[in-house]
Write a protein that binds this ligand. Structure first.
Ligand SMILES: C[S@@+](CC[C@H](N)C(=O)[O-])C[C@H]1O[C@@H](n2cnc3c(N)ncnc32)[C@H](O)[C@@H]1O
Length: 262
């Protein structure tokens, strides 16, 4: 398989572990779960390896912000439902250029809140450091190797944010990131995530199936991202869903979840 990784899907992961995705209960997706799983991914779905993701995002750099035309609708819902005015210690996984961090720091977070942003792309880290310079030292940007943040202290953060990143990870990595988020969040803390989603009908379904086909041909063509059902990755035994929204800005199906660890 050369530079591409492959791994089993959420259903298989969780069936093996004996628990249900929160999505079975909470999702308002009109498609049956079996259909969503068929379209979303299969055991042979290739994803970008971490090295390839680093290369792709080093190349994309500040062009990442051209995705704002559809991403901002989703992240605005997170801003609204993530209760950030009461947050004090935020961790972001895959911060890109630091645009979301800058928005939270300037518009929402209390003046004493700290922000730790992680990314595996040196170019993105440099862009984010420049963007967040005026918020230093309470805002820091850390270059990682792309692994789930296992070194972050337990119960150290009250928000764990990740926008349009889970949808480009290998499935084992999605599970690992969600598991670490659960460990890192304090009781009452919030997981705030957004991603591409599987379209439910009409234009959004056409966009998501085209996106999936492009991704299957070569994940680099879509920046590694493919439609994902976020709720499928949040076991109901571990997460209480506080807010879930599906939206299709400009026909691009996206989803937002705010969840609390149980
Ligand atoms: C689609 S971009 C989203 C960036 C930003 N969150 C936004 O919404 O604009 C994905 C980002 O995740 C980063 N990334 C990809 N894989 C990662 C990993 N395994 N660990 C940390 N960052 C990762 C990329 O470098 C890139 O900055």
């Amino acid at each position: 398989m050369s530079h591409l990784d492959a791994s089993p899907n959420a259903a298989a992961f969780y069936a093996r572990r004996g628990y249900e995705p929160a999505g079975d209960v909470k999702s308002n997706n009109s498609l049956p779960m079996s259909k969503r799983l068929d379209e979303r991914t299969s055991a042979t779905t290739p994803v970008l390896s971490r090295d390839d993701a680093r290369r792709v995002y080093d190349r994309i750099g500040s062009l990442q912000d051209t995705q704002a035309f559809y991403e901002d609708r989703a992240t605005s819902i997170l801003v609204e439902h993530g209760d950030f005015t009461t947050a004090h210690r935020v961790l972001e996984f895959g911060c890109g250029t630091g645009r979301f961090a800058a928005r939270l720091l300037s518009e929402r977070l209390p003046a004493d809140a700290s922000y730790r942003a992680l990314d595996l792309s040196p170019t993105m880290v440099q862009l984010a450091r420049t963007k967040l310079q005026s918020f230093a030292p309470r805002a820091e940007v850390v270059l990682t190797d792309g692994a789930a943040p296992a070194d972050e202290p337990t119960a150290s953060r009250d928000r764990f944010v990740s926008n349009f990143v889970l949808d480009l990870l290998a499935e084992d990595d999605i599970v690992a990131v969600v598991r670490e988020a659960h460990r890192i969040l304090v009781p009452g803390g919030l997981l705030c995530v957004s991603s591409l989603a599987v379209g439910a009908g009409g234009l959004s379904r056409l966009v998501s199936s085209t996106w999936s086909r492009l991704h299957a041909r070569n994940p680099a063509l879509t920046g590694g991202c493919r439609p994902l059902e976020l709720l499928d990755w949040l076991p109901s035994s571990q997460w209480r869903i506080r807010h879930h929204a599906r939206l299709t800005p400009f026909g691009v199906p996206s989803a937002v979840v705010v969840a609390e660890p149980v």
